[in-house]
Design a binder for this molecule. Structure first.
Ligand SMILES: Cc1cc2nc3c(=O)[nH]c(=O)nc-3n(C[C@H](O)[C@H](O)[C@H](O)COP(=O)(O)O)c2cc1C
Length: 486
């Protein structure tokens, strides 16, 4: 009720002025008129469904929160010195939106991934309404929603979208009583038809040392879903129990895929050192096992779960991480078996095309999707007082988010962003994502020099590492050990 106080006060004053206009003097109408108009405006704020902050804070919300459209990435700045190369002979955009088949030789149920999907965000970090709206939007547009590491909740399943079920080091949703991995529960949930892929989160850009869910957000429902105590801060352990070497990581991914009935299985990481990822590639080669996808998260990525930690300098930014993973897989001769997803500041069609040109096959977006949900970037995700009902477990605030309206916005936003990417590719004379390469992306390096990514970075030939690595890769390749992260 406190949130309605300013509006109620205005209404009270309006009533007072109205009484005074008949009892004292007609001049009171000068005050009563505007006050009545404000009272009506506050009433409209409460009943309208498009802007959750206004439903929560009628009148006052107009002064405090301005919703920005998700046209710009939140957080990371835009790089005006980078541009894509248009063709003098463009192509007509294809009728059908391109999709990327995810599923290597060991996968029995490949999945056709959209070019832009909902990046991992847990129920817990997000409200039930936000999770549901994302899922309904994904179902409308036939794209995928990553559950995040907080478990596969009923809200994800009710959304009806294609799900990528992510597990992190807390193994929420498939967790033994002492915090280990529970294989039976994992297999049962992974078998659900809504789950199209399963993913192991090794690390993420903005979440060093394991995710945090502040106690204020650990409601009874979330505590049940995760198998933790209500009201207590949940910290995912900084490292996994199921692997401690690259070889164990790769073998665990193979186990996950078997338990998931052959569904596409992948990992998500923010790349730290090139040597460590090469060690994972060596383990893949040694065991003859590859993940079906690798999602590369840039250090510029976001997290809504914990307090802001200034972790944006831990790990490689997306450009470096993506090019490293792409090259490592190409050089190991494994690139055609593994799809690469990219996340970190992706919000527009040109963001998608840039990342595809740098080596990704598809992209995921978290904060841009939050913007489409009505996030006003109040920076209060970890306090449970999100004014947009997006990142809160306060039922009163969360209810202000209108699921139907936001699902349609999510759908429209993803559709228009992918359409824009497709139009850009056509303008570049490229028939689809497969036709893009580093030569299509230019960067100004100083006032007089513009160079393409093909020139700026080294791009390995298929199998170059196994055949005998070039000098620039030789030391890391030699030191990469499939039995140690070093
Ligand atoms: C509210 C919120 C919750 C997140 N939760 C997870 C999570 O559970 N697991 C994960 O792998 N990444 C999580 N992330 C990171 C995103 O999936 C994504 O990798 C990162 O934010 C970069 O993408 P963006 O720039 O589009 O936000 C979360 C991000 C946000 C903003």
């Amino acid at each position: 009720m406190r949130r309605y106080a300013p509006w109620l006060l205005v209404a009270l004053c309006a009533a007072g002025a109205l009484v005074a206009s008949s009892a004292v003097s007609g001049w009171w109408w000068c005050a009563a008129g505007p006050l009545l108009a404000l009272t009506a405006l506050g009433g409209w704020d409460v009943v309208q469904r498009r802007r959750a902050p206004l439903r929560i804070h009628p009148l006052v919300g107009r002064l405090r929160y301005r919703v920005r459209e998700p046209a710009e990435p939140i957080g990371g700045g835009r790089d005006a010195d980078e541009f894509l190369v248009p063709s003098m002979c463009p192509l007509p955009p294809p009728e059908e939106e391109p999709r990327v088949r995810v599923g290597g030789p060991e996968c029995r149920l490949p999945y056709d991934m959209a070019l832009m999907n909902v990046s991992a965000m847990s129920f817990g970090a997000l409200s039930a309404q936000a999770v549901l709206a994302l899922g309904r939007g994904a179902a409308l547009g036939r794209f995928a929603q990553d559950t995040g590491e907080g478990g596969l909740s009923d809200h994800h399943l009710r959304g009806g979208g294609d799900l990528i079920w992510e597990i992190g080091s807390g193994y929420f949703g498939c967790r033994t009583s002492d915090g280990g991995f529970e294989a039976r529960e994992f297999a049962d949930k992974a078998a659900l038809p809504e789950v199209k892929c399963v993913s192991l989160k090794v690390s993420q850009g903005a979440g060093p040392g394991g995710g945090v869910l502040p106690g204020a957000k650990v409601t009874a429902e979330i505590a049940r879903a995760r198998g933790v105590a209500e009201g207590e801060t949940v910290v995912s352990p900084p490292r996994h129990r199921v692997f401690s070497t690259p070889r164990e990581l790769v073998l665990f991914l193979a186990r996950m895929r078997e338990l998931a009935g052959g569904k596409p299985t992948g990992l998500k990481l923010c790349v730290g050192s090139r040597r460590q990822f090469l060690a994972v590639c060596k383990a893949m080669l040694a065991e003859g096992v590859t993940p079906d996808f690798v999602v590369v998260d840039g250090s510029e990525g976001g997290t809504g779960a914990g307090p802001p930690g200034g972790a944006d300098r831990l790990g490689m930014p997306l450009t470096e991480g993506l090019i490293t993973v792409h090259n490592a897989l190409v050089g190991s001769g494994l690139r055609d078996r593994v799809r690469i997803g990219a996340s970190g500041g992706i919000a527009t069609g040109s963001d998608i095309v840039r990342r595809l040109a740098q080596g990704a096959d598809y992209t995921n977006a978290a904060r841009a999707m939050m913007s489409a949900l009505g996030c006003v970037r109040a920076g209060r995700c970890h306090t449970n007082t999100c004014p947009a009902g997006v990142a809160t477990q306060d039922p009163w605030r969360a209810r202000a988010l209108d699921v139907g309206d936001k699902a349609r916005r999510i759908h429209r936003y993803q559709r228009e962003t992918v359409r824009s990417a497709v139009r850009i590719m056509a303008a570049m004379g490229v028939p689809g994502p497969g036709g893009l390469g580093p030569g299509h992306l230019l960067r100004r390096t100083d006032a007089r020099t513009v160079r393409s990514y093909a020139e700026l970075y080294e791009w390995l030939e298929p199998g170059a590492l196994t055949a005998g690595p070039p000098l620039s890769w030789a030391a890391d390749w030699a030191a990469a050990d499939p039995d140690s992260f070093g």
